[in-house]
Design a protein around this ligand. Sequence first.
Ligand code: NAD
Length: 492
Amino acid sequence: PALTTATLPSLAGSLPVPTYDRSGVRAGIVHLGVGAFHRSHQALYVDRLLEQGTAQEWGFCGVGVLPSDRRMAEVMAAQDCLYTLVVRHPDGSAEARVVGSIVEYLLAPDDPEAVVEKMASETTRIVSLTVTEGGYNIAATTGEFDATDPDVVADLRPGAALRTSFGLVTEALVRRRDRGLPPFTVVSCDNIQHNGDVARGSFAAFATLRDPSLGEWVQREVAFPNSMVDRITPATTDEDRADVAARFGVEDGWPVVCEPFTQWVLEDRFPLGRPPLEEAGVQVVADVDPYERMKLRLLNAGHQALAYLGTLAGYRLVHDAAQDPLFQRLLLGYMEEEATPTLLPVPGIDLDAYRRQLLERFANPAIRDTLARLAFDGSERLTKWLLPVVRDNLARDGEVRRSAAVVAGWARYSEGVDEQGAPIEIADRRRERLTANARRQREEPLAFLADREVFGDLVDDERFTGPYLETLASLHERGARATLEALVGDPV
Ligand code: NAD
C-alpha cells in the first residue's frame, strides 16, 4: 500500500515502522534542505531516539527553501512526512525502515511567513541545514559572503517575500530578539570544513547587510556548532522506488537508499539544549576539526579523484571505478602520501583502517552511486576538499603528484567531451567559464588553472604546475587509463 500514517499498521508486517506515537512528537528542530542526506542521516538519529522513548520535543519540521523542492513537499504531504530508508549491504542484502522523525514540512516559496514564524516560535530550539556546499553563498575569489547575489539582494529589500536561507533565518532571529526569546542554535550538516564557522560567517554577513548591529548580535549571541557528517547517500532513482515496492511492499514516492556506514561528530554548543544524540551513536566532542579534516580530505577529496578521471576512463558508477585496481592505487596513494600527512591526530581513529574501510565503502556495488553526482559543482567541492591538501603540501614541501593529476582530470573533464568524443554534461554553477577555459587549454595549457577565482594563486607555483601540465598533456595524448598507469605504476 501507499505509505501514510493510516497504512503503517498494515506495513508493520513487512518492515519496521515507528512504534512511537508521532502525534505526540513536537518539532523542536527546523531543518532547511530536506534532501536525500538529511533523510538518511540526521532524521534517522532522532528516529532512533524516538524509538527509545526520548526526544519527543526534538522532531523535525522540514523546510524546502527552493522552488525545486516542490516535489518533495508534495510527497511529504501525501505521506504524512513518512518515508522508507533502505540500507544496502555490499552482498546485495538490504534492510529497510519507515522513518517518522520528520513531523511537519513547509515549502518556503509557498509561504515564507509560515517558515519564519515556525523558526521564531518558542518551541524551535535548533535550526539545522543541509543546503549543499554552495548554499552558504561564499564568493570563491574573496572567501567572503557574496552580497551581489541577486536573491540576497532581493531578500534585503524591506517587505520582500523571502527566498534565501539567510533572509528566512535572519528574520526569524529578529522576531525572537524582539519578543525576548533567546536565539536558536544553527547546525550546518554540510560537507564544509568548519561548517559551523562558515555558517556563522554567512548568516552574520547577511544580518550585517540588514543592520550592522544585528550582524554583531548574530556573531555574539547565536551558537553555530561545527559538525562532521558521513553516510554515502545517492539520489533516489525509479529503480529504487520499484525495489522498495517489490521487496517491502511499500509504495513510497521518495524513499532513500544509503550505505550501512554512518557517522556524526558534533560540537556540544547548544545553549537551548539538544536531543541526547550520544544515545543514538553521535560522537559529541569539544572540537570536530580533526574529524572533519580527516573525512573531507580522505572521503570527499577521494570521491573527487574518482569523479573526473573515472568518467574519462569510461566509468559511470562509483563502485565500478572504485573496484578497478588502477583507481584503488590512485586512491590509496593519494590518501597515504598526500592527504594523511596534512591531517591532525584524530582521537580514537585508526587511520589505516579508516582508509581501507573507505575503499570498501566506495566499492559497495549495492549503492549504485554515480560519478555524475560526485562531479556536481566541482568548483565548490574540489576547491574546498582537495585544494587545501595541495596548499598544505606545498607549504610543507610535500607530495602533490596525484592531487595535480586529479585537478588535471577535472580540467580535461570540463572540456565537456569524453575520450570517445561523446558529450559530458557539466553540472556546475560556474559551468560556462570552466568550459570556456578548458576548451582553450590545448593551445594554452594553463588556461583552466589560471582562473584565480577558482584556484587562487596555484598557477604561480611550479611545484604544482609541473605535474599538472604533465598529466594534462598525457590525458590529451594518451587518455586517462594510460595516464594513470604511468602515474600509479603497474599492478603489484
Ligand atoms: P539533495 O540534492 O538530495 O538535497 C539538497 C537540498 O538542499 C534540497 O532540498 C535543495 O533544495 C537544497 N538546496 C540546495 N541549494 C540550496 C540553497 N542555495 N539554499 C537553500 N536550499 C538549497 O542532496 P543531499 O544528498 O541531501 O546532499 C545535500 C548536502 O548534504 C550535500 O551537499 C553535502 O553537503 C551534505 N552531505 C551529503 C551526503 C550524501 O552522501 N548525499 C553525505 C554527507 C553530507
